[in-house]
Design a binder for this molecule. Structure first.
Ligand SMILES: [Zn+2]
Length: 239
């Protein structure tokens, strides 16, 4: 555990922890919207403060999203609600089936086919399974494209729901994890994430070399990253 302090940045108080990490990392946590910063041990405190200031708008957006959560009913995955798939907004229509639960899109509708009486959790499970199938369908050809271009190869690509990041990479195992909720964003976001995690097989940290490689293979990566970090729907919030 490193040294801990609390810093006031504007009207936001930030729990700052100095640790043996390479990069400054900010996060906002439910239920109170607590802001935490993990800072490399030798960072000048003014430099850390300036970084936090530069991310203030993002911090406030995350805090607002978290604060809005309890007042809003959690999604019910039922008629009339909206749902996203590959960057497009659909309206949910519940359909009943005696068979296997499944999802299909039809025009602007996203139909959730479930047995009558299926509860909210069951509907959510059905939608999540659909997102997983969609991601697993889109991932292989994108992975193949980036592996061919970069000469890097992952041992496997897996999908799980994550609350704090869009993807991760275990360079030792060569395994890449993709956030289930990437299925809500346009395919360019998934493509970028695959490239990003693949490059971590070569460079673990977000160094300037890492960023230069991203730029070499995907010059528009910054706008895609910003879209993922700023736009709706953002990272899922723990229920
Ligand atoms: Zn990364």
């Amino acid at each position: 555990m490193g040294r801990k302090t609390t810093e006031k940045v504007g009207d936001v108080s930030v729990q700052v922890e100095y640790k043996a990490v390479k990069h400054l990392h900010l996060s906002v946590h439910p239920p109170e919207g607590t802001v935490k910063a993990v800072v490399p041990i030798n960072t000048d405190s003014e430099k850390a403060r300036l970084f936090i200031v530069s991310r203030l708008a993002w911090i406030k957006r995350r805090q607002r999203a978290i604060a809005d959560q309890p007042r809003k009913l959690p999604p019910q995955f039922t008629d009339g609600e909206s749902a996203f798939l590959w960057g497009k907004q659909y309206r949910i229509r519940l359909q009943s089936t005696a068979g296997r639960h499944h999802v299909k899109t039809k025009g602007g509708w996203l139909e959730i086919w479930v047995r009558p009486g299926t509860d909210r959790r069951g509907r959510q499970r059905t939608l999540r399974r659909y997102y997983r199938e969609e991601l697993m369908r889109e991932t292989p050809h994108l992975a193949q494209k980036w592996e061919k271009r970069t000469g890097l190869r992952a041992s496997e690509y897996k999908v799980k729901l994550m609350y704090t990041k869009w993807g991760s990479c275990n360079p030792d195992a060569g395994r890449i994890w993709l956030n289930l909720e990437l299925a809500k964003h346009n395919r360019a976001c998934l493509s970028y994430l695959i490239l990003h995690e693949l490059l971590h097989l070569q460079i673990r940290q977000h160094t300037s070399d890492f960023k230069a490689l991203l730029t070499k293979y995907l010059p528009t990566w910054r706008s895609i990253r910003d879209e993922l970090n700023n736009d709706f729907p953002g990272l899922p919030i723990r229920e």
